[in-house]
Design a protein around this ligand. Structure first.
Ligand code: SF4
Length: 275
């Protein structure tokens, strides 16, 4: 019955409520939920499907935090399995793909306490030197918050310096579960939900677009309510955001003038498409 009510709202183009989101999470008929989601997708985008040719790099897995669900991080340099790339090695990864280059480089890392901030600036600047058209989606809000605390800067200072070095957008990792009780249990020593959101707010004001994602939904103890909340936050963020000139060249949701002014292929779309 609930699903029918939600289907009616979608049909009429009505906005779903927080409770509708909770009901969708609780719905056992996932195929029916998928069908509804696809209807909305087709309403917005017709037959078009967007994808992104992406190169992913983790330049360091050394991390001072200790998230409960993380099997990636190593606490210190020299620990078994710990690695930190030399800049030249990171750049070489892109150089090796120049015959058929990716549209975007996606960089996420551990929170390394021993690298100078210039390491990250040079990393980005080097990628842009090698391929000026590459889109750099680098450093989660958790990393930006860490940089600000660790190097004694504001979020705007950190983002400004990275933007000048070539940063185009932020990946969405690190959001996990926003509910303070759950977040404290699974990730007590990284950015809080409010700090995470503040980084994104600051980035948006500076024309840096961003996403939000969670790797902890399945592996941790978040309740349906605590999983729905970040999605509600994300939607309210999206509603306030204005499409920027760094988005997908062919996105049907952007004004035609914006689309024709840009020449990037549909393959590089995932940057700002707010689906
Ligand atoms: S901050 Fe990121 S890399 Fe570090 S422990 Fe948490 S999830 Fe792992």
């Amino acid at each position: 019955m609930t699903l029918e009510r939600i289907a009616e709202k979608l049909e009429k183009g009505e906005r779903l409520t927080f409770d509708d989101g909770v009901a969708l999470f609780r719905e056992r008929d996932v195929l029916a939920v998928g069908l509804l989601a696809n209807r909305v997708r087709e309403k917005l985008h017709g037959d078009a499907t967007y994808f992104n040719r992406n190169m992913r790099l983790e330049v360091t897995n050394v991390c001072v935090a200790s998230c409960l669900f993380c099997s990636f991080a190593k606490l210190e340099e020299g620990a078994p399995g710990a690695h930190t790339m030399k800049l030249e090695d990171a750049w070489r990864e892109l150089e090796a793909r120049l015959d058929d280059p990716p549209a975007e480089i996606h960089v996420v890392n551990g929170l390394h306490p021993g690298l100078p901030f210039s390491y990250y600036e040079e990393l980005l600047a080097g990628f842009k030197r090698i391929l000026p058209t590459i889109h750099l989606k680098c450093f989660t809000a958790v990393e930006i918050h860490f940089f600000a605390e660790h190097y004694g800067m504001t979020y705007a200072d950190v983002l400004g310096r990275l933007q000048r070095a070539g940063l185009d957008s932020l990946p969405g990792g690190g959001a996990e579960i926003f509910h303070p009780e759950v977040r404290t249990r699974i990730a007590h020593d990284k950015a809080t939900a409010e700090q995470y959101l503040d980084v994104h707010r600051t980035a948006h004001k500076m024309g840096i677009t961003s996403r939000r994602s969670s790797i902890a939904w399945i592996t941790c103890c978040g309740s349906v309510i605590s999983r729905t909340k970040p999605m509600a936050y994300r939607r309210s963020f999206r509603s306030r955001s204005i499409p920027t000139a760094t988005g997908c060249a062919t996105c049907p949701r952007l004004p035609p003038s914006t689309r024709s002014a840009r020449s990037r292929s549909r393959a590089s779309c995932s940057t700002t498409c707010r689906t």
